[in-house]
Write a protein that binds this ligand. Structure first.
Ligand code: FE2
Length: 347
């Protein structure tokens, strides 16, 4: 089974190929939209970016997959390197920005109809979990999903039947942000600081240079968080405190909230694995906190490679393959998207 995955929920248009026989991700190619200095993402403009780069990204993902297959000993004569050798096309169907989701839908539908392939609609959050589980070799982890638009503590369902074990929906959201995602918190703060490339990764770099902690609002109730008060307070301190110290204080406060909520969920569920996934999982300070906390409770904390934590098509292909194996597929003409497709809506 070989699947092409297409990702287009937000700033990234990505394509990747997964080969089920080899259990390998053969390619992972992406184009990232960078907003002009001081601006956030305007969905229509981001969708135009995806429309401009989408065909090139898909072509490159297929070519790279072909080269990888050849390096693994597959023969090009077997026709294995063309679109017809695919078994299905998976695409991100939500949650995300409507116009951006539409570009992935159009790309997947076009390829599906042209080559007679079924489509597999994949929940974006589900894909983050599956690629993390796959790389960390986790079975049934407690999940902390942290990205620009999402911050959730999630559990899935493990089923053991006649010697085989499967994992998947229904997923439960034990806790989540009640306002903005933690990645959005950092991106918004970077814009308030007038950083030219206003992105959380730049805030993270500055935070590494910070030395003095300034107390900021710390808002957690049970396993739910809010971050907008933190953003407002930190924003008011710009110009009155050292920039690096402010970034350090902001991140420490937000990450401590995440660690506290995840610890509460870990004690509630008794899980032995803690998976952190999504774009913010690339932050090593957060990972250190979660791994340390997990170890205190006899659990293992982990995350996947950065290329799979950032939005990407490979994770969509991998998850699509798992779903296809369960018979979850549809005709290209029936393809759909849902901007508010929560992880706990996945069937
Ligand atoms: Fe994501």
């Amino acid at each position: 089974m070989r699947i092409l995955g297409i990702e287009s929920t937000a700033h990234t248009f990505g394509a990747g190929v997964y080969d089920g026989e080899k259990d390998a991700l053969l390619s992972n190619v992406k184009a990232f939209y960078k907003a002009p200095p001081g601006e956030g993402m305007i969905p229509r403009v981001v969708a135009e970016h995806h429309g401009e780069h989408g065909a090139r990204i898909v072509k490159q993902a297929m070519e790279e997959a072909g080269k990888k297959l050849e390096a693994m000993g597959a023969s090009r004569n077997a026709g294995s390197l063309d679109f017809p050798s695919l078994d299905a096309v998976a695409y991100s169907c939500g949650p995300g920005l409507g116009p951006c989701l539409q570009t992935g839908l159009v790309a997947a539908s076009f390829i599906g109809q042209k080559y007679g392939l079924p489509l597999v609609p994949v929940n974006h959050c589900h894909a983050h979990i599956e690629v993390g589980r796959w790389q960390c070799k986790f079975n049934d982890p407690l999940v902390l999903y942290v990205s620009g638009g999402n911050t959730q503590i999630i559990t899935g369902t493990e089923r053991k039947m006649k010697g085989s074990v499967s994992y998947g929906p229904p997923f439960s959201v034990l806790g989540e942000t009640l306002d903005i995602g933690v990645g959005n918190l950092f991106d918004s703060f970077a814009r308030e600081m007038k950083i030219p490339f206003a992105h959380g990764s730049v805030v993270a770099q500055k935070a590494m240079l910070g030395k003095n902690y300034h107390p900021l609002p710390y808002t957690i109730k049970g396993m739910n968080f809010t971050f907008s008060g933190l953003l407002t307070s930190a924003g008011k301190m710009i110009g009155h405190a050292d920039d690096n110290d402010l970034c350090y204080s902001l991140m420490e406060t937000a990450f401590a909230e995440l660690a506290e909520g995840t610890e509460r969920a870990l004690m509630l569920t008794g899980k032995k694995e803690v998976l952190v996934c999504g774009g913010v999982a690339q932050n090593t300070v957060l990972m250190d906190k979660i791994k340390t906390m997990a170890a205190l409770h006899g659990a293992t904390g982990g995350t996947c490679e950065n290329q799979y934590n950032a939005d990407n098509g490979a994770m969509i292909a991998l998850t699509g393959a798992m779903m296809l194996a369960q018979g979850k597929k549809m005709d290209a003409k029936d393809a759909w998207i849902d901007q508010k497709y929560r992880i706990d809506m996945v069937k």
